[in-house]
Design a protein around this ligand. Structure first.
Ligand SMILES: [Zn+2]
Length: 265
């Protein structure tokens, strides 16, 4: 049997946590095994497992050390014996496997490559599955926005986002927060003439009004509408230069200007 023939069909759902976090739940229905990404709270995952008898939680994937991403890890590991994977450069509770740039791992029969994406935190990693086009990027790239710079520099975050933006356009962006609506309002303030941003804002507003999740996004859409991936665009550069009164900025300086503006938007 070829490797392709044994590859598992995986279903991915979001388990809401706290006010605006999502815990991504990857499910292999045939083997009744599942994995979660960034369980800041164990309760939603334990409730799902209780409602699905016979299912085994096999892996817990962590992108970075913030409490709303790791708060449920120890309880879930104790309850299930799941393997805990997380960034090598950060303190992750109950971690079994420490991951660094270029590492290859297998979860539910699918290979993932690890990308180090410092900026939001210094050791932040992303999990990328090239055949299925999945990107679990934590608090680095958001739909229409990006994470705050708690530990890294604008240059680091700009470089990290540029790496993610260079992945294929159909890549699905599974980030960890429902911030899309406020991100797109900012995006429209940056680029008032960008029709794609206006259309996306309208669409996401309708989804949210109907209680629908706005994720996953994809990289084609992000490159067209996310200002933090567009700091090389003339319109974005001009807007930041006009706002801050400084000329001839590099894309990473434009990015820094955007991030500072968004912090108080
Ligand atoms: Zn965070």
């Amino acid at each position: 049997m070829t490797r392709l023939a044994t590859r598992r069909m995986i279903k991915i759902d979001a388990l809401p946590a706290f006010t605006d976090n999502y815990i991504w739940l990857l499910q292999d229905p045939e083997r009744r095994r599942c994995a979660v990404v960034d369980p800041g709270d164990a309760a939603p995952v334990l409730a799902w497992l209780a409602a699905h008898p016979g299912w085994q939680l096999s892996d817990i994937l962590v992108t970075h050390h913030h409490h709303d991403h790791v708060g449920g890890v120890e309880r879930l590991k104790a309850a299930s014996g799941a393997r805990v994977l997380g960034p090598a450069q950060e303190k992750i509770p109950a971690r079994d496997l420490a991951l660094a740039e270029g590492d290859q791992i297998e979860v539910l029969g699918h290979g993932f490559r690890i990308l180090e994406v410092p900026g939001h935190t210094l050791g932040h990693i992303a999990y990328y599955q090239a055949e299925q086009h999945w990107l679990f990027c934590g608090d680095t790239l958001f739909a229409g926005g990006c994470g705050r710079l708690f530990e890294g520099s604008p240059e680091q975050m700009h470089e990290s986002l540029s790496r993610l933006a260079a992945l294929p356009g159909q890549t699905l962006v599974y980030c960890t927060h429902e911030y899309t609506l406020s991100n797109l309002r900012f995006a429209l303030a940056v680029e008032p003439d960008n029709r794609q941003i206006a259309r996306r804002l309208e669409q996401v507003s309708a989804w949210r009004a109907a209680g629908r999740i706005s994720l996953p996004s994809n990289l084609d859409l992000e490159r067209a509408t996310n200002p933090f991936l567009r700091s090389g665009e003339a319109a974005v550069k001009e807007r930041i230069e006009q706002r801050d009164g400084r000329r001839e900025r590099s894309p990473s300086e434009v990015f820094a200007g955007l991030r500072a503006w968004k912090d108080t938007f």
